[in-house]
Design a protein around this ligand. Sequence first.
Ligand code: PXP
Length: 242
Amino acid sequence: MRLYINVDHIATVRQARGTDEPDPVRAAVLAELGGADGITVHLREDRRHIQTRDVDLLMRTVRTGVNLEIAASSPMVELAADWRPAAVTLVPERREEITTEGGLALTGSGRARAAEAVSRLQAEGVRTSLFIDPDSNSVRAAAEIGADAIELHTGEYANSETPHARRDAVQRLADTADLAAGLGLSVHAGHGLTYENVTPVAGIGPVEELNIGHTIVSRAVFTGLERAVREMKEIVLRARGS
Ligand code: PXP
């Protein structure tokens, strides 16, 4: 099982001030030291967190591999084709959403766009994954398009409010993971996974990669805050000779 760490929300904090800290590239190095198997970033069309500069630097810094999440639009696909990261995950994008709310719609023009993006990226040697909801039609469409992998959207599982709903959601993830693996697709999963809810998803046999971001950045704030305050206090007291 590979654990890819999404460092988007390090950039969210930076963008809130428009300064140069905290830097997602430094975060990526620390994540690798902590055992990350790869670094995931979502370069949104509106550049709300990760910037082009970040991906440029990550491509030169990350030793494990960059999984670049992008919309399947031609300008984004051309950027990714130039960078040639270890993997690209195509995701749906709506400007008004807070985070990626659902999987790709692999019907009609959405399917055609995804197919075009997959073949363009594969021509550059980039492994390409499609972020989809855990439903069999989407899995079959992903296989027909020729994607290398799917990433199952775990948001519905993460948001389920009762144990019953949660069990159903895990079962759906497990069933679609089996179907996908049977069709020769690599299976990834992510979105909304936390320290509390990750275990059942990590236990699904065919799932070989998890992409996790928000909960790890959130935890890091608290595991690091005490030391951060201590360091500032030392500097302030030293300035007063005490
Ligand atoms: N996978 C995909 C495709 C995503 O879009 C995101 C969120 O950017 C994640 C995984 C990580 O989700 P979270 O930040 O909730 O862990």
